[in-house]
Design a protein around this ligand. Structure first.
Ligand SMILES: Nc1ncnc2c1ncn2[C@@H]1O[C@H](COP(=O)(O)OP(=O)(O)OP(=O)(O)O)[C@@H](O)[C@H]1O
Length: 261
């Protein structure tokens, strides 16, 4: 799948939200997209999913089946959870939704009306309708926001299952929830430009510990003109710290416990 000089603005006289984005996505790719509030993440995700057409440029070779989970699942429809998912399964040619509903803890809500759901539970309905179709492209807008811990913990594995089938997954994420997955690509949006960052330091990098690099402890790997640094912050500050770094265009992620030892 290709993005070729993709630009987008909402109205003719508006500024461009996305300008000349270029990218290639291959089967099995996982992309984590970051950017400040209003940077254009949701807009880019909708362009990728094919829900919005570029003002100029093109998205080509999009997989035939796309699953899209918006940041806010629209709950205005007059369905129960099971009624909605049954309906979507029919639209999706008889897909099986029940195992996914059970997996994300939605089965207890089958007979609840969509408009009575909490934000997080409604988000799970969005996830299930996207996953049941076995998408070749899964687009997730802030998937970790509002989800309970069990579902947040399950999400990286679910993403891996999609990519192992050859699917592409693109997620906007302020919380670095997919940063622990192997090979995750890091994109950010800044001043309407799509930037791809080099991969974060891998565990192998930390074995290249080299405090003599510039004399400051914590600088532990260099490649080209980039260095990887380890920073310790109070646990309660982690989400905010990662968000600020990512919004500034740095591919920050938390180290795993093993790496941090
Ligand atoms: N339907 C719309 N009509 C006009 N402008 C819009 C529309 N939707 C979004 N915008 C504008 O486009 C810009 C990008 O919005 P978008 O929602 O894509 O950003 P975002 O990075 O997802 O933000 P957030 O992190 O707050 O969700 C913003 O300036 C926003 O005000």
């Amino acid at each position: 799948m290709w993005l070729t000089q993709v630009s987008f603005r909402y109205r003719r006289r508006d500024r461009y939200v996305i300008e000349a984005a270029e990218a290639r996505l291959a089967p099995g790719d996982v992309v984590e997209l970051t950017g400040a509030n209003g940077a254009g993440k949701s807009t880019l995700l909708r362009l990728l999913a094919g829900l919005t057409r570029p003002t100029s440029g093109a998205v080509t070779d999009r997989p035939a089946v796309v699953g899209y989970v918006p940041d806010r699942f629209p709950t205005g429809q007059p369905f129960t959870v099971a009624g909605y998912l049954r309906h979507m399964a029919r639209v999706r040619g008889g897909a099986r939704w029940e195992p996914w509903a059970e997996r994300v803890g939605l089965d207890a809500f089958s007979e609840v009306r969509l408009r009575e759901l909490s934000k997080g539970t409604a988000h799970k309905v969005g996830l299930v309708q996207a996953l049941m179709a076995e998408p070749g492209l899964l687009v997730l807008d802030e998937p970790f926001a509002g989800l309970d811990q069990d579902t947040r913990d399950a999400l990286p594995q679910i993403v891996t299952e999609v990519t192992e089938r050859g699917g592409i997954v693109v997620a906007s994420d302020h919380q670095g929830g997919l940063g622990t997955l192997d090979g995750v690509r890091l994109w950010s949006l800044r001043s309407a430009r799509l930037i791809e960052h080099p991969p974060s330091s891998s565990p192998a990098d930390s074995s290249a510990l080299d405090d003599s690099l510039d004399g400051s402890p914590g600088v532990f790997a260099a490649s080209g003109d980039a260095v990887a640094v380890e920073v310790r912050v109070p646990a309660r500050d982690l989400d905010g710290f990662l968000r600020r770094m990512r919004d500034d265009g740095y591919p920050a992620r938390a180290l795993t416990e093993e790496e941090a030892r």
